[in-house]
Design a binder for this molecule. Structure first.
Ligand SMILES: Cc1ncc(COP(=O)(O)O)c(C=O)c1O
Length: 312
């Protein structure tokens, strides 16, 4: 039987049973980390989040994550209540309280806060935003790389930005959750989502790339999350002379790809084993392997550049 995976499978780490979680400035044991049932994130999915990774004491590509986060919050008039330096301090305080320096995944969540009544109107959130930071010891399981992910094309599509723009990393991820359920019910690990025109777009939790005849292809970027890892892969390919195209393509071309892989902060680049039961390439993935090496180096360079900065 084929191993089943989710794209965010991490090695079991018993230390995660006792992590401290940041809840509005307080660090509390995970069992005591709670928000109100009146919180707009719980009630409506009215909030934004970021997934980041800590490598050797540095939050990789922090500026890009903050750019997306603050842009998203501004777009929905969600007052963060602090600047980037404040967020960095909150992240570092949480890491320090947990004795964490590397191989750490962060889910930072900001909601519009507690409401005075259980209804939708944003003005009912009157006591300021809720900021929660969960850091976990996190190493992706090795089998993600060896076995790869099985994708199923799902009926749920990525919508037009006029409904809920896919660029919002919002608490409400129902569109993605429905796609994920459809994939699971089709016997796959993750859903491959098309755009409203039927072109291949993205998966329910990661960005999607194919390699065809020496070229790397990904969607135009319309309809999908503006993934930090996606952009890094595009930039690294350009800098290293790997032909990369952001373009429309169909399942026809995806099925016939030589390689396919997913990108995201959690797993960096994760190979795709099959799409709709059709195997993609072989277990030999030379272009993805090259991109993985470039990405690893980009993180090392980022960490070195942060360490070289004078401390204020
Ligand atoms: C739907 C979706 N696609 C892609 C990504 C990957 O984005 P990133 O590379 O910034 O982690 C995420 C992560 O938040 C996501 O939720």
């Amino acid at each position: 039987m084929t191993d089943t995976h989710t794209t965010h499978d991490a090695l079991e780490d018993p230390r995660n049973a006792d992590i401290k979680i940041y809840v509005n400035g307080k660090l509390v044991h995970r069992d005591d980390a709670k928000v109100s049932v009146y919180d707009s994130g719980f009630m409506l999915g009215d909030g934004m989040w970021e997934g980041l990774r800590l490598y050797d004491g540095q939050w990789a590509f922090f500026e890009e994550h903050m750019d997306r986060f603050f842009n998203s919050c501004k777009a929905v008039s969600l007052d963060v209540g602090m600047d980037e330096a404040g967020i960095l301090e909150a992240l570092n305080t949480t890491a320090k309280a947990n004795g964490m320096t590397t191989d750490v995944h962060c889910r930072m969540m900001l909601t519009r806060g507690t409401k005075v009544k259980p209804f939708q109107h944003p003005s009912l959130s009157r006591s300021g935003p809720t900021l929660v930071i969960i850091l976990e010891h996190s190493k992706p399981v090795n089998s993600l790389q060896s076995a790869g992910i099985r994708l199923a094309t799902v009926p749920q599509v990525r919508g037009l930005p006029t409904s809920q723009d896919a660029k919002y990393n919002s608490h409400s991820k129902l569109n993605c959750v429905i796609a994920c359920l459809q994939a699971e019910q089709a016997g796959a690990d993750e859903g491959l989502m098309l755009d409203p025109h039927g072109f291949v777009n993205t998966t329910n939790a990661c960005n999607f790339f194919i390699v065809r005849r020496g070229e790397v292809w990904t969607s135009t970027g319309d309809y999908c999350m503006n993934g930090v890892t996606r952009q890094k892969v595009i930039d690294l390919c350009r800098a290293d002379g790997i032909p990369i195209f952001e373009k429309n393509y169909s399942l026809y071309e995806a099925y016939g790809a030589d390689e396919a892989f997913l990108t995201g902060t959690f797993g960096a680049q994760t190979p795709v084993a099959s799409i709709d039961g059709k195997p993609i390439g072989t277990t030999d993935r030379p272009i993805m392997t090259r991109i993985q090496a470039l990405y690893k180096q980009a993180i090392a360079d980022y960490v070195a550049a942060c360490e070289a900065q004078p401390k204020s």
